[in-house]
Design a protein around this ligand. Structure first.
Ligand code: KG4
Ligand code: ZN
Length: 350
């Protein structure tokens, strides 16, 4: 079954064709980073207009690169949210129009959940059935979210912890901005941290209480701002050392909450799926692999860490299978629920 995935929630327009949930036939991403860079952040109005320019040519290119005809598409999965409304409208309206013209169903997909499917694309050959990876713990660590989930299947998401203020990637971006470094901050800070000396700066431990299942990043950012005020300005080598200390705590917090998560659950996960833009960070991967050697880790290929449409098509396929299994119809476009799916409930929250 060939699924067309469409993503336009923020500053990347993406179109992909994926067969049976995990086999990527084509995946194209057009990034707007350069367009927004002079403003130091994403401008929603510009984002929507850029999506409008990009979506039609990207669709044609994706179909061409996959070597299929539009009539081979069996299902369209499109990001319904969360995201910028003007940006989302471009992708979902394109998907709905195409769905009508091709006579295929259009499935709305949750962007944050879809990130986890980035880690399920292109799995090693010895994994013949994705269901064998479950139950799993999964992490979506991006510019907008820091979510830890318990998953009993590829479509089951139980939120165990989320951030109460900034997201992890957002904190990297804000710290980079404070230090006059370019956006996005994550890759730049990772590079600096590699040159940093351990032990020179101490960071406060965020949410140190073991039983508190939340993430918090704004305190870390404020600590760095006060440090700059008290001891700055810093030269490049100081910043490298600070970047090291900051990065260790930014990820240390996640490691601690996974450990707490283990204590809360009465079942051991078979795997840890790690996704989102921050999953591209090598030190993050290293820390998780080192700290949890007893479970298998799955990280997305670098192209599937950041926003892409292959992950949307991936989750779309599994959701479609589940609807079929349960004998339920695909929700029609006039019954899409654009609000309630984003009222996340913290199952083990404060
Ligand atoms: O998943 P993503 O592309 O977009 C969202 O849905 O938010 O994630 C972007 C975020 C940015 O905050 C960026 O700074 C961060 O991921 N990021 C990184 C790295 N590469 C991207 N953070 C830390 N280390 C990296 N190597
Ligand atoms: Zn994303």
């Amino acid at each position: 079954m060939i699924v067309l995935g469409i993503e336009s929630s923020c500053d990347e327009t993406a179109v992909a064709l994926v067969k049976d949930g995990t086999e990527v036939l084509s995946s194209i991403v057009s990034s707007q980073i350069a367009v927004h860079a002079p403003y130091g952040g994403v401008i929603p109005e510009i984002a929507a207009r850029e999506h409008l320019n990009a979506i039609q040519p990207l669709f044609k290119q994706a179909v061409r690169e996959a070597g299929v005809a539009p009539s081979d598409i069996d299902l369209i999965a499109t990001t319904q949210g969360p995201g910028l409304v003007g940006a989302l409208l471009v992708g979902s309206t394109f998907a709905k129009g195409l769905g009508i013209s091709l006579g295929v169903p259009v499935l709305p997909v949750d962007h944050v959940h879809a990130h986890v499917h980035g880690a399920l694309l292109g799995l090693p050959d010895h994994i013949t059935d994705v269901k064998d990876l479950f139950p799993a713990l999964s992490l979506v660590v991006s510019g907008g979210h820091t979510n830890l989930y318990w998953m009993e299947s590829p479509v089951h998401f139980r939120l165990l912890a989320a951030t109460v203020d900034d997201a992890c990637g957002e904190c990297f971006d804000k710290v980079a901005r404070m230090w006059s470094l370019p956006y996005p901050g994550g890759p730049v800070i990772e590079k600096m941290a590699k040159n940093g000396k351990p032990g020179r700066f101490k960071m406060p431990k965020m949410v140190a209480q073991k039983d508190k299942m939340i993430f918090s990043y704004s305190g870390l950012k404020t600590h760095l701002a006060y440090l700059w005020e008290r001891e700055g300005p810093f030269v490049r080598s100081d910043l490298d050392d600070l970047a090291y200390a900051f990065q260790e705590e930014a990820f240390g917090q996640i490691v601690r909450k996974i450990q707490s998560g283990f204590g809360l659950l009465n079942q051991k996960p078979r795997s840890l799926l790690v996704a989102g833009g921050v999953a591209a960070n090598k030190r993050f991967r290293e820390m998780l692999t080192f700290q949890f050697p007893e479970i298998n880790h799955y990280f997305p290929a670098l192209t599937y860490c950041a926003d892409n449409a292959a992950m949307i098509a991936g989750l779309g396929w599994y959701e479609f299978q589940k609807l079929k299994e349960d004998g339920k119809p695909v929700p029609t476009e006039d019954s899409w629920d654009v609000y309630s799916r984003y009222r996340y409930e913290l199952v083990a929250g404060p």
